[in-house]
Design a protein around this ligand. Structure first.
Ligand SMILES: [Zn+2]
Ligand SMILES: [Zn+2]
Length: 193
């Protein structure tokens, strides 16, 4: 693993700016990897790790940088829960740890550095200095990861009986005896104009 500063440098480049979210995300991911004893997630251990993120904010980018887990590699899973938390799964052992930022860390950052006016600057510094237990909660968890969730999964591509579009990774839905994509099964997030 790299140092906090080295990861922050990379995170800043990937994300476009340095912010409190980057510090939080880098520390959160480093803690997860440390607990799983994964020290080279982007090198020799790259096939061991799947990461679930529960928010799409600044910290999410930092978590992707540290872990090397990306959406396009199917190693980064997004659960849109609006929570500053992530779960790191070691697929070689089944061990998994969920780490969440404590809600109290914001107030603690204020009390640590009342002299800094900018909230972002204040949190950036405080989140660097804060002891791990003030910043995060940790839980060992079990994540059921079916075969089709694994990065290297290879399966048949199914065609939707309604729209004719192809569907990967067993995302099809069986509805009244027909194989449908999730959009045609009623989960459409868009309206066709
Ligand atoms: Zn940011
Ligand atoms: Zn369809």
């Amino acid at each position: 693993m790299l140092s906090l500063d080295d990861y922050l440098l990379e995170a800043e480049q990937a994300h476009g700016h340095l912010c409190a979210g980057q510090v939080l995300g880098v520390r959160l991911a480093m803690l997860g990897l440390e607990k799983l004893s994964i020290d080279d997630p982007r090198g020799k251990d790259r096939k061991r790790l799947v990461t679930f993120v529960e928010i799409d904010r600044c910290a999410t980018d930092a978590i992707a940088v540290v872990t090397g887990c990306r959406l396009g590699k199917r190693a980064l899973k997004f659960r849109d829960w609006g929570k500053m938390a992530a779960t790191f799964v070691d697929v070689s052992t089944g061990k998994a740890i969920r780490i969440a930022a404590k809600e109290s860390s914001k107030a603690l950052a204020r009390s640590m550095h009342p002299e800094i006016e900018s909230k972002n600057q204040q949190q950036m510094l405080a989140y660097r200095e804060m002891p791990e237990d003030d910043l995060f909660t940790k839980q060992w968890v079990k994540v059921d990861l079916p075969a089709e969730e694994f990065p290297g999964y290879k399966g048949d591509r199914i065609v939707c009986a309604e729209c004719g579009e192809g569907i990967n990774f067993r995302r099809e839905v069986l509805r009244d005896g027909r194989v449908l994509c999730r959009a045609c099964a009623g989960e459409r997030y868009y309206k066709v104009l």
